[in-house]
Write a protein that binds this ligand. Structure first.
Ligand SMILES: *Cc1c(COP(=O)(O)O)cnc(C)c1O
Length: 438
């Protein structure tokens, strides 16, 4: 590249060392690291070289970029969709208590150390105790990376090289193209399908147990769809009796992670009832209706749980210390945001929505929220929304704070169910800004 002539304005582009010595850059290097700061400086200089930024503005551009730079590119979003467990927004938001636990666990921490004796202790013992305390029907508990990992660990440890019996009515796809059956087959267990889509009887399971080398009976809660009409299912009590007769455990994947029944969601299975009804082992996610961090829970018979905990694969799917801390705080602490949003007081929702609508001059419409995350399909959560022009949606997503509304019926609907009440003023400001730009 030839040197620019003396009169070339590009000669006025500030040099890297001058920009690095700006107070904002020195401060940002401590916060963000050298690489990020240098990359930011380079980007501003390059823009000036291309003529997209006047050389005299480079310094200010660097200062602005560094002050707005976050340590992570994950942008917080106000969830104005009314969908409580929103998969694209990271499922369950953590409670303040869980967040405090994550911060405390982020440094050196006694996750595998007994401070009294100075010797090694069992990883995750406090989380296990909290889970068993919250779900006494489970004799023991193990937490792994996520629900899918829990399923892989259970089927591998109990049925590798053998058969897993599953009803054809429960062979589900959980989202993003992942099918539980393919997941199980990938573990080296064989699927032994029984029954039909709508009806599976106890004798179907009995025939499989009599004719095949079965490692586990798997019962999956078809969480994201419903089969209605001429249907028939085999109860957990029948499966337990069949399993006992052949010394085969009954594993129930309940999906959503409710530990106890929730009267608001009568069709949603919970770990306590499932274990009491006959399952030997329950599998659930941690970040759906349980409202905790991403995790897979294995709850139930202590002998089975220990068998899984000792399997080599358990190490490959183990939970990290941050998630263990967040889970302990979630199950032992106050109700998490997911529970609060599900059980939001409808009168309070109406008052908040109306005050937002009045300030904006747009109408309130009835709007049903959803459980989301593939849970409780078809269960409406009655509430309200402010109805805005559909063009506001894109502006809201790109605003500050970012707001995700629901686009439906050719309108942009703002539902406050899953917005913390303390954020109502920020939500209003973001909407005013978005409408201004239309
Ligand atoms: C969500 C779900 C899973 C997968 O759990 P992840 O935590 O997403 O890995 C498995 N089974 C059922 C029934 C589910 O609903």
């Amino acid at each position: 590249m030839s040197k620019p002539p003396v009169t070339d304005p590009r000669r006025r582009i500030p040099r890297t060392d001058a920009l690095l010595s700006l107070p904002a850059a020195i401060d940002a290097r401590k916060r963000l690291g050298d690489g990020t700061v240098r990359a930011t400086i380079r980007a501003a200089q390059d823009a000036a070289r291309r003529g997209e930024l006047p050389p005299d503005d480079v310094e200010q551009a660097v200062v602005d970029a560094l002050s707005g730079h976050r340590a992570s590119s994950a942008r917080p979003v106000l969830n104005a969709t009314g969908v409580v467990v929103h998969t694209n927004l990271g499922r369950a938001p953590l409670s303040p208590t869980a967040l405090e636990a994550v911060v405390a666990a982020s440094g050196y921490v006694d996750v595998e150390l007994d401070l009294r004796t100075g010797t090694r202790s069992k990883r995750g013992a406090a989380t296990r105790a909290a889970l068993v305390n919250a779900c006494p029907a489970a004799g023991d508990a193990l937490m792994v990376n996520n629900g899918a990992a829990a399923l892989v660990l259970a089927t591998t440890a109990l049925a590798a090289g053998r058969a897993v019996v599953i009803s054809r009515g429960e062979m589900i796809e959980i989202g993003a193209g992942f099918r539980l059956t393919e997941l199980i087959a990938s573990t080296g267990a064989r699927l032994h399908e029984v029954g039909t889509t709508n009806r599976t009887h106890a004798r179907d399971y009995a025939d499989a147990l009599a004719s095949d080398d079965v490692g586990a009976i798997l019962k999956v809660h078809p969480s994201n769809f419903r089969v209605e009409g001429f249907t028939s299912d085999t109860s957990l009590a029948e499966l337990r009796d069949l399993g006992r007769a052949h010394d085969v455990p009954v594993v129930a994947d309940i999906g959503s992670g409710l530990l106890r029944p929730d009267p608001l969601l009568p069709d949603e299975p919970d770990a306590t009832t499932t274990l009491e009804s006959g399952a030997d082992l329950v599998i659930a996610s941690g970040d759906k209706l349980l409202g905790g961090p991403q995790a897979g829970l294995l709850l139930g018979d202590p002998t089975l749980v220990q068998r899984l905990a000792k399997h080599p694969l358990a190490r490959a799917v183990r939970a990290d210390k941050l998630a263990l801390a967040a889970m302990e705080a979630t199950v032992g602490g106050p109700r998490p945001p997911v529970w609060k949003y599900l059980h939001a007081d409808s009168e309070n929702l109406r008052v908040r929505t109306e005050s937002l609508a009045t300030a904006l001059g747009f109408p309130v419409v009835a709007h049903d929220g959803r459980v989301g995350g593939g849970g409780a399909p078809g269960v409406p959560l009655p509430g309200w929304a402010v109805r805005l022009p559909v063009a506001a949606a894109g502006r809201l997503r790109l605003g500050d704070p970012a707001v995700l509304p629901r686009v439906h019926d050719d309108a942009c609907l703002v539902d406050v169910r899953c917005v913390p009440e303390a954020d109502d003023p920020r939500l209003l400001a973001a909407i005013v800004q978005a409408l201004d730009e239309l």
